[in-house]
Design a protein around this ligand. Structure first.
Ligand code: FAD
Length: 360
């Protein structure tokens, strides 16, 4: 039997590959990581995270009346993965010194990944195998791969699009009906502000360094400028003067301003530029930034995950049993943040648990 075909080399795909290195991984992007994404600009002088920015080390699973506690560092160690981290925000959160994307890359351990391969549709052959139709974006041609087990790790709207491009099959209808209630994602708008010479005087702004935790982040849920991180403190570079502020905007703000957020070069449109200049002045007493770079995530984080957003992953539920049954009966497994919750430790810990208990 072939090893399963995994679509998506984001965090979920990388966690599966870390523990089952014989899977075949396909991704439409040129690189791995998905929503765990680190950008390098100015020829590598400046680094910042445009997706996930930190993770918690601990998570908990409730199953068959038992509670199991997991620690990400231990899971990585057991799988021979080493990631050097620093604390961030509080004593429970961490980030890797090489950027968040390095987590996905470390878990993938240099395994061969079929990048630039977009899954377009799936159909079933008489042997009950799945024929996956890809478009190879580099060679500009279609390619098909057949496998009896397919694991889909994409955000649900992208999975629904693949189902709707595919030949009708009652198995897709069953999945669609099951997944529909979890198809709720928040949007997130991102800006990076860059100053060549100016740096903020954080102490004079009343921001104190906690013991061992660098003063570089603040999270104000619900405020428009929801998450702010001084990325030149997060990723210091002694050869580069100045500073960099990364902002993630709130769900409501992001929903409202999504359409006209940026031009084709990821520069803000003039109305937003004005708003930013006033915003950094008011919040940080900063001069106008020397450069601004924008990004937007349409499916940033699942809002209604089956195993809940916070607290332990509770697997003793009717819904989870139904999910297991569907995976078994269809030969398709659908996994990701809509299942575990949109937190890295829930995804890595959740995948570890499923593999350890031979569910995956
Ligand atoms: C702005 C932002 C901030 C966040 N902050 C945090 C945080 O601080 N802490 C935290 O724990 N979590 C955070 N998250 C959530 C976390 O990033 C996600 O839950 C996690 O990365 C999801 O991983 P995934 O592999 O399930 O999905 P994805 O990362 O979306 O991976 C799916 C992969 O599938 C590929 N793909 C899509 N369509 C196709 C196709 N048709 N064919 C082939 N491949 C395809 C994509 O290229 C992608 O690589 C944040 C997310 C965002 C966007």
């Amino acid at each position: 039997m072939h090893s399963p075909l995994v679509i998506g080399s984001g965090l979920t795909g990388a966690a599966i590959a870390m523990m089952k290195p014989d899977v075949q991984l396909y991704d439409k992007a040129r690189k791995s990581g998905g929503r765990v994404s680190t950008k390098d600009i100015e020829e590598g002088q400046v680094r910042f995270d445009i997706g996930a920015t930190m993770f918690r080390d601990k998570m908990e699973v409730h199953w068959l009346g038992k509670v199991s506690n997991y620690n990400l560092f231990e899971i990585w160690k057991t799988n021979g993965v080493e990631i050097e981290t620093k604390p961030i925000y509080d004593q429970h959160h961490f980030y890797p010194i090489l950027g968040m994307e390095s987590i996905a890359n470390a878990m993938l351990k240099g395994l061969p990944i079929h990048q630039s391969m977009t899954l377009k549709s799936i159909r079933e052959n008489p042997n009950k195998e799945w024929i996956c139709e890809f478009y190879n974006n580099l060679e500009k041609k279609s390619e098909s791969i057949t496998n009896s087990q397919v694991i889909l790790t994409l955000p649900l709207p992208q999975i629904f699009e693949i189902f709707s491009n595919s030949e009708e099959n009652p198995k897709f209808n069953r999945w669609f009906q099951f997944l529909k209630p979890y198809n709720d994602y928040r949007k997130t708008l991102i800006s990076l502000f860059s100053w060549n010479d100016w740096t903020p005087n954080l102490k004079s702004l009343g921001i104190k360094e906690e013991k061992g935790i660098p003063i570089n982040t603040s999270l104000q849920k619900g405020e428009n400028w929801e998450y702010e991180s001084w990325e030149h403190i997060k990723y210091p570079n002694p050869n580069r003067k100045g500073s960099h502020l990364l902002v993630q905007f709130s769900a409501l703000f992001s929903e409202t301003h999504f359409e006209h957020w940026m031009d084709s070069e990821k520069k803000p449109t003039p109305e937003y530029k004005e708003m930013f200049i006033a915003g950094v002045k008011e919040r940080w007493n900063a001069p106008a930034p020397d450069a601004i770079w924008n990004h937007r995530w349409k499916y940033a984080q699942a809002q209604m995950p089956l195993l809940r957003r916070e607290g332990a992953l509770t697997l003793d539920s009717e819904e989870f049993l139904e999910w297991k049954q569907l995976c078994k009966e269809t030969g398709i497994m659908v996994l990701g943040d809509w299942l575990f919750g949109s937190k890295m430790e829930r995804i890595i810990g959740g995948v570890h648990f499923l593999i350890h208990n031979e569910i995956l």
